[in-house]
Design a protein around this ligand. Structure first.
Ligand code: CA
Length: 437
């Protein structure tokens, strides 16, 4: 587990002045990674690090040759069109680059005049999915979401008996994962209305969002060689925001017996910025399992995981309808939750995924599953907030929603704050639903 070091010092300031704004998601203590290029350019995508309102172009920085040794090799890996090679290098390389970037961007950084030529304003950048995602696995780690949704799908049997023992997941599609700004067509699919004898094909009437965190895998493991809980986080590069769009009517008809299929594979949207596990170190928190719940099997149990395996990450969802956009009205908050409520930790997800010998590869993506908190307004999906569509939400302008309408944009944000640490954020992930084809 990454420990606190000089890069987390809350008193550090940057010569990039916008990074010193207390409200900034991207102070010098954060330094998240993305893949970007100029919006209007045909140039190659390459790695970048967020600092205030700017991006430090890592390919341009590499041409200056400012670092040596491990940090220089890590910087070179960030000049590629994806971060897979950098992710594969592991915590020693990630940490060496972070330390060098932190020192270079500090107020007293000796190379600030030269490095300033490598900055690109974020608003002039376009982003790409930051890694080639070979495999994508979606977990289901909020017991509140599992219980709320289970109650709607199976009123007499909301929580399956395996839930409290197994970090439940399924293998999703990586081909339809896009980057923030993505818009997609309302999916067509097979659904069956409650009063209908037979299903029919047509546009989904129940498109929903899912408020999740994405986790990028760093170094992989050999096929047949499990990753222990103790080693698990050495295989985790970092976390981002993830909207796992879901068609609830397609899902309800198709999900038994093998789980979600076409109800999930039409689109999923990632935030551009990946916050590293090291940047998140100040926001670790205790992981609790209620005493009257089953306790984890030994391969999912450790003192370190109990003491600091969870993360205190605030997660927010906002909605902006087409009408609101037309009236230039700001998006309205529909839910506010926190990753600390997760029933399983990121380390437990890695340990469980590999316990059968399954091999993970650099750039693989895990979704955390919808992160709903214990209170009703902390639900991370509309299906919960509207009781399965029975209780519409009323938005600030009087519009109502049960599920998403064409033209709706969903915005998710995440941030960490704690006394004694500098606040850091994840930026945002935005996606918009278009009419069915
Ligand atoms: Ca999901």
């Amino acid at each position: 587990m990454p420990k606190l070091n000089e890069t987390h010092d809350p008193s550090l300031q940057s010569w990039v002045i916008s990074a010193n704004d207390p409200e900034s998601d991207f102070p010098i203590q954060n330094l998240p990674f993305a893949v970007f290029r100029h919006l209007d350019g045909n140039e190659a995508f390459r790695g970048g690090v967020a600092i205030g309102e700017q991006i430090l172009d890592l390919a341009a920085l590499h041409r200056l040759g400012p670092f040596e040794g491990t940090a220089a090799r890590a910087l070179e890996a960030c000049t590629k069109t994806t971060l897979n090679q950098f992710m594969s290098m592991g915590p020693t390389a990630w940490s060496a680059l972070r330390l060098n970037l932190s020192r270079a961007l500090r107020s007293d950084g000796p190379l600030s005049d030269r490095i300033a030529t490598c900055l690109v304003p974020q608003k002039e950048a376009g982003f790409a999915v930051p890694a080639h995602i070979g495999d994508y696995t979606d977990f289901y780690t909020s017991i509140h979401h599992a219980t709320n949704v289970g109650r709607l799908f199976r009123p007499d049997n909301p929580l399956m008996p395996n839930y409290q023992w197994v970090p439940i997941g399924y293998h999703g599609r990586s081909s339809s994962i896009g980057i923030s700004g993505q818009s997609f067509r309302r999916p067509n699919g097979q659904t069956r209305a409650p009063d209908a004898a037979e299903p029919s094909l047509g546009p989904s009437k129940r498109v929903d969002y899912e408020l999740e965190l994405g986790m990028f895998i760093g170094p992989g493991n050999e096929l047949g060689t499990p990753v222990s809980l103790e080693e698990a986080e050495e295989h985790l590069f970092g976390l981002c925001l993830f909207n796992d769009w879901s068609a609830r009517d397609i899902q309800a008809w198709e999900y038994q017996p093998l789980g979600p299929f076409l109800s999930k594979s039409f689109a999923s949207t990632l935030s551009p910025w990946i916050v590293t596990m090291e940047a998140l170190a100040p926001f670790r928190t205790e992981w609790h399992r209620p005493a009257d719940h089953p306790q984890p099997l030994p391969y999912l149990e450790s003192e370190a995981n109990r003491n600091g395996g969870a993360f205190d990450i605030h997660l927010e969802t906002l909605l902006q309808s087409e009408r609101m956009r037309g009236e230039q009205a700001p998006p309205v908050r529909v839910s506010l939750s926190n990753f600390r409520h997760s029933y399983w930790t990121v380390a437990q997800m890695v340990a469980h995924h590999t316990v059968n010998g399954c091999n993970l590869r650099p750039g693989d993506l895990f979704g955390s599953g919808t992160q709903s908190g214990p209170n009703p307004d902390e639900a991370g999906a509309l299906i919960e907030l509207t009781q399965g569509g029975k209780q519409p939400l009323t938005l600030a302008n009087g519009e109502t929603r049960t599920f998403l309408e064409d033209g709706d944009s969903v915005i998710m944000r995440g941030w960490c704050e704690r006394t004694g640490a500098r606040r850091i954020g994840f930026g945002e992930v935005v996606g918009t639903i278009l009419p069915a084809r």
